[in-house]
Write a new protein. Sequence first.
Length: 324
Amino acid sequence: MTATARRTLLRAGVGFALASPALAFPDRPLRLISGFNPGGANDIVCRALAQPLTAVLGQPVVVENRAGAGGGVGALAAARAAPDGYTMFMGIVDTQAINPLTYRNLPYDPVRDFAPVSLVTTVPFAVVAGPARPEIKDFAGLAAAAKRAPGALSFASWGVGSTAHLAFARIAREAGAELLHVPFTGQAPAMQAIAASQVDVMAVPAGGAEAMARDGRTRIVAVISPERLELLPAVPTLRELGVDLVIGLWQGLYAPARTPPAVVARLNAAAHEAMRAPSFAAVMRTQAAKPEPSTPESLAAHQQAEREAYGAVVRALGITVEQG
């Protein structure tokens, strides 16, 4: 064998050795971090995706809930994980676009600390009134109650500066009313507080609103979407009621920054295949959620556009959080 041939084979061997980790990926269980409590929209989407993703990747995908700081606890855990593809994070508009606008000391950077994989879903919001306020049967009743006793009507959210907070702050501003904000550590605890009559009203992902309203005690007074929802066809949009507001929740899959591009590409392809699974589609229908598979580049661009759009809202409302 000539020296040139030997060098060619050696180069090929080195290239194969460098590529082989990606080719073997994954060879052990993966974890998918949710920054919120079990039972909320983020957790539901994580678990709905983890099941078919397990089948596609041939390794268990385990959902890990790390709630707190508007999803920031989970985001930080994912950002600090090894960049090997075995840790994923289900980021949402709050963690990836809003938190850097509202938290003074955010301990992670949603751009520098993450490698986008794919957008997963978009979810519209609905406005609900709980059993503590049986007189609120529609949005006009909500606005009247808020104006009748400024600061007495309370609304729940899953954190200061969260989409649920911004939604109701915008609603109050448009209606010329003052409401009391009561933040919780996640969507599920906030929904439980509404059902227990501890808080009066809330903006919540539409699937959660529909589930809350089944017993008849909680009423859905509006949806915050461009048009009426198939899941809630009898419920008017805020635009129909004279409030020009559309706000919702998007969720995207991320890996830690510096995850090898070949691994990101593998996760992207696997996520897209998992999103086509009938089981995933069935759960998304119950949430009024739309599957939104995308390229990593499209998710990065969407995240930046959302940050710019919410920047104007946050500045207008003057919302800041001291601790990240």
